[in-house]
Ligand binder design. Structure first.
Ligand code: FES
Length: 111
């Protein structure tokens, strides 16, 4: 169960394995990824220096590496692989060929 309403963000056909796509929902920058046919949505901000670059990171399987200084994250869980941090991630759904993301009404960027 989600706390937020789902919003349509883009056609599913635009997603490509290995490449992130940035979208914005309720003032939150989000990076979308397609991994093994499933859509994952995390906040686009790298927790290292709070730069909105994660959609431009390199994805190897489920591990994303930030293009700035190499921090890495498991996109399926949001966990940093070498530090005690976690990316916010958001519930996704695909219906009628569109990708939907749920961002709670009161959510804003943490940074
Ligand atoms: S800003 Fe991402 S690793 Fe530094």
């Amino acid at each position: 169960m989600s706390d937020g309403a789902f919003e349509s963000v883009l056609p599913f056909a635009r997603l490509r394995s290995g490449a992130g796509i940035p979208v914005r929902v309720r003032d939150v920058d989000i990076a979308l990824f397609l991994i093994e046919g499933k859509v994952f949505a995390v906040e686009n901000l790298c927790p290292h220096q709070h730069i909105p670059v994660l959609a431009e990171g390199e994805l190897d399987g489920r591990i994303l590496t930030c293009p700035m200084h190499g921090w890495s994250f498991d996109i399926t869980t949001g966990r940093c692989t070498h530090a005690s941090c976690r990316l916010r991630h958001f519930e996704t759904r695909v219906e009628g060929g569109e990708v939907f993301i749920a961002v709670p009404e009161d959510e804003r960027s943490w940074w």
